[in-house]
Design a protein around this ligand. Structure first.
Ligand code: LLP
Length: 437
């Protein structure tokens, strides 16, 4: 994938850097990002959109992996940014990301978060529900400030993906339902506010989606409503944000479309609908997270304990697990791996890769194919961990979070330091004597 290769020592290289050298220098486990691959994905979006006569914005969904360096990179690449919390907004601003290109999402933004967004004059707030609509209106009124908004709708479309990451169906905590009149009521409320500048609509139907069908269904359902409303009142849609969710190939069984195919279908569906309705094309926004960063990320682990249960299973444990990659435990997500220091060796053994957490479910890969010569202290590379890996890392069993490095053109750069044991207790206060008595 990307710039990965094998050098004369039989070691996996990423961005032209020997993975063994990376572990020597930065320790293990280690997240390694191949920056050239991220640039390639961004370029694919840009060239796909520029083939069409529409205005567009690509916003990186920073929940997939938010860090100062990654956000600086997305800024350099001229993307917009989607944030979903005060913490993500803070990170973006600290990275110097221009506030007018930030979009703020979330189904329960707090008053403090909304005030923070208004204070920083961020570009757009995507309103999720009636509570937020009236709270934001009130805050804007107090500050005598206007803000661009989109209304998030739940179009009632089931994307074919894991139920935990489906979001477009009617029974969802997100957005105004399209079919029961909620969205229509929200539009009217927003239009009645002198402070909320309603630019258009947003929907996000789910994540790790392989086909474009659900995007088309969602678009068509939204336009069906626009057609009905057109007879009754004035609502001009200037922006249509169709969210993210573009799937990637974690393993051989995944068969996603190419970026260009997703973009072409989305744009054509919107253009066709606008033409038949006789309205101007809205600016089209997308919010990819996973597809921009997942494949660029590889986790390097050190192999430790072996356990062989004859005729049953061979377990090989690594020095990380569900603390740096929760996805297998949470979504039964599948990954592929390679022994990075024995890259050319035939994968002639079947083993189960276990994490080191005190939890039977902490299995990173069931039935992985590895060389039978695999031994302790070998380095295991697990691929496609760049999205929702570090982002969902946690401190279960008091495991410090790994370090993160970026690699490109034969050089590496540390962008997040490995946590230390001291970091784990840095917010803790000792028990006061008086409580003991
Ligand atoms: N826009 C909105 C409004 C979203 O809710 C999401 C993801 C995205 C964009 C970006 O989706 P992406 O392009 O990355 O699929 N933790 C789960 C994924 C949760 C996604 C939540 N929302 C996982 O590891 O699979």
């Amino acid at each position: 994938r990307g710039t990965q290769g094998i050098n004369e020592k039989g070691h996996l290289t990423i961005g032209g850097v020997d993975s063994m050298k990376l572990v020597e220098e930065y320790g293990s486990p280690l997240f390694v990002y191949d920056i050239a691959l991220i640039k390639e994905k961004v370029a694919e979006f840009k060239s796909a959109f520029s083939r069409h006569q529409v205005r567009w914005q690509v916003a990186y969904a920073s929940k997939a992996f938010s860090s100062i360096a990654m956000i600086q990179l997305m800024n350099e690449l001229d993307l917009s940014l989607d944030v979903v919390s005060g913490g993500e907004l803070f990170t973006a601003l600290k990275a110097g990301f221009p506030s007018e290109r930030i979009h703020f999402h979330g189904n329960n933004k707090t008053q403090a978060e909304l005030e923070y967004a208004l204070e920083e004059r961020i570009g757009t707030i995507i309103i999720d529900n009636f509570y937020e609509l009236s709270l934001l209106n009130q805050l804007c009124k107090e500050r005598q400030q206007t803000i661009d908004i989109l209304l998030r709708t739940t179009p009632g479309v089931q994307a074919h993906t894991h139920s935990y990451i489906m979001t477009g169906q009617e029974d969802s905590k997100f957005g105004f339902n399209l079919d029961n009149g909620s969205l229509e009521e929200a539009i009217q409320k927003a239009q009645n506010s002198p402070f909320l500048i309603l630019k258009g609509l947003h929907c996000h139907i789910g994540s790790q989606i392989f086909s474009d069908e659900s995007f088309v269904q969602a678009i068509n359902k939204m336009f069906q409503k626009l057609r009905e409303w057109k007879q009754r009142y004035d609502f001009e849609i200037k922006v249509l944000n169709v969210g993210g969710g573009f799937g990637i190939k974690y393993s051989a069984e995944d068969t996603p479309l190419m970026i260009g195919e997703f973009v072409d279908t989305i744009v054509s569906a919107i253009v066709d609908q606008c033409d038949s309705l006789g309205i101007a094309y809205p600016e089209i926004w997308v919010e990819p997270g996973r597809i921009l960063v997942a494949e660029a990320g590889t986790t390097l682990y050190t192999i430790g304990a072996f356990k062989d249960i004859p005729q049953m299973r061979k377990y090989i444990s690594v020095d990380g697990g569900m603390t740096d990659n929760l996805r297998p435990a949470l979504y039964q997500a599948k990954y592929e791996c390679l022994v990075a220091n024995k890259a050319p060796a035939p994968a002639d053994d079947t083993v189960t890769i276990a994490g080191k957490c005190c939890e039977s479910g902490d299995i990173l890969i069931w039935d992985a194919k590895l060389p039978s010569t695999t031994e302790p202290n070998d380095i295991l590379a697990v691929f496609c961990t760049g999205a929702y890996g570090y982002a969902m890392a946690n401190h279960y069993n008091r495991m410090p979070k790994p370090a993160v490095v970026f690699v490109e053109n034969g050089s590496s750069q540390l962008v997040i330091q490995r946590e230390t044991y001291e970091d784990l207790i840095k917010h803790e206060l000792p028990l006061k004597q008086s409580i003991l008595i």
